[in-house]
Design a binder for this molecule. Structure first.
Ligand SMILES: *Cc1c(COP(=O)(O)O)cnc(C)c1O
Length: 389
């Protein structure tokens, strides 16, 4: 049996998305910026896709820029905004738990001389709004806070933060890569000026993302080249990707409520059973509002990587900490920000379910995991020390 529980890293593309994309690799392949009929035909389809996405998000077609990824959208939003508002100040506010695409971008800017306030989260992973309020200065030009965290699934009160930031007239960027397609996301109702999302996180293709740029928000472009996307993002459009992302979002929107309910039921069942079957575990962010399919489980006295490898051997795909830190074995900055002791943070596994997961897969995991954990603990000096106490 095989079970893919790594949907926060990427999702399997929906067959219906693939079908929609295929003609755009074959017949309708022309460059949508070309003036001939073939090009204009591609352009019509691309603009229809843009309208479809905008309708779902409640925004205007002029307010959406296509990019090559969530990472690129985050870079464009953050670097583009601080450059455009440079005369007004040099202070940025973000959280300690952002995705590396935001955090490392802001760390770079900090090296270049920008001042940065990193807002804490509580032990459930929810942002300290009072601290955010206190950190706002005359020179604050950008606030960047993620919608849902990729490691824990914990959802931030974006509308509440948006209200505070808006009152001060500061640009508000939200990394919504983990929520678009899963939750209802209406950037304008949440007081958001810039919002990032990415096709491959909601059953669309990889290599295509987008950035909502609210009308009136100034943004300096970060790439130089042609005039595409009204000079905001140069580069030949990824038409199959854009068409596929629009189709994927449309499907998610249609099936969102059922998918949410199914995923949440499976996740809750998984967590309840895990608590019964495996001693000394922690469910991170359990008390907070969370994405329906994400379960961050800390197996005390173990290393996440050894659990991951054992589960992989049994056909179960999971992630330890965040996928992006899996090549350096540092403890997750997200879990540390939640004050999970470093020695426990190392033993954390993220199970992220998606719409293709079944009850059978969960039952298989529930059968496989307890003996794997027991086996590893029997060899763990930390565990034996704990047991002998
Ligand atoms: C995956 C992810 C990204 C990066 O998106 P890519 O399209 O893979 O570049 C950014 N932020 C969050 C929260 C993510 O989960």
């Amino acid at each position: 049996m095989e079970a893919y529980f790594d949907n926060n890293a990427t999702t399997r593309m929906d067959e219906r998305v693939l079908e929609t994309m295929l003609p755009f690799f074959k017949d309708v392949f022309a460059n949508p910026s070309s003036m001939h009929r073939k090009g204009q035909e591609a352009n019509v389809h691309m603009e229809k896709s843009r309208e479809k996405i905008c309708e779902i998000l409640g925004i205007e077609p002029l307010e959406l820029v296509f990019t090559a990824s969530g990472t690129e959208s985050n870079n464009l939003a953050i670097r583009g905004a601080v450059k455009a508002y440079k005369k007004r100040g040099n202070h940025i506010i973000t959280s300690r738990i952002e995705h590396p695409a935001v955090l490392t971008t802001i760390k770079e800017l900090e090296k270049e001389g920008y001042e940065v306030s990193y807002i804490d989260v509580d032990t459930n992973g929810v942002l300290d709004i009072e601290q955010l309020k206190k950190e706002i200065r005359e020179t604050t030009i950008l606030v960047s806070i993620m919608h849902a965290n990729n490691e824990t699934g914990v959802i931030q009160p974006i509308a509440e933060i948006g209200k505070i930031v808006k009152e001060k007239g500061i640009v508000f960027h939200v990394d919504a890569v983990q929520t678009v397609g899963k939750l209802e996301v209406k950037p304008k109702e949440m007081g958001v000026d810039l919002l990032t999302f990415s096709g491959h996180k909601f059953y669309g293709p990889k290599g295509v993302g987008a950035l909502f740029i609210k009308m009136g928000t100034r943004l300096t472009k970060i790439l130089t080249g042609g005039h595409q996307e009204r000079k905001r993002r140069p580069g030949t459009h990824n038409v199959p990707g854009i068409v596929g992302m629009a189709k994927a979002l449309e499907l998610c929107e249609m099936e969102r409520k059922e998918d949410y309910k199914r995923e949440k039921e499976l996740r809750d069942y998984f967590e309840e059973e895990m608590l019964k079957r495996v001693p000394e575990i922690m469910l991170n962010g359990k008390e907070a509002d969370r994405l329906p399919g994400t379960s961050s489980v800390t197996f005390k006295y173990l290393e996440g990587e050894s659990i991951l490898l054992r589960l992989d051997f049994k056909g179960i795909a999971v992630s330890s900490g965040s996928a992006c830190s899996s090549d350096d074995l540092k403890a997750s900055h997200v879990l540390l920000a939640m004050e999970i002791p470093i020695e426990f943070a190392h033993g954390t596994i993220r199970f992220s379910l998606g719409k293709y997961n079944t009850k059978e897969e969960i039952d298989y995991a529930l059968e496989v995991i307890p003996p794997v954990i027991e086996g590893l603990r029997n060899m763990s000096p930390l565990w034996n020390e704990f047991i002998n106490k």
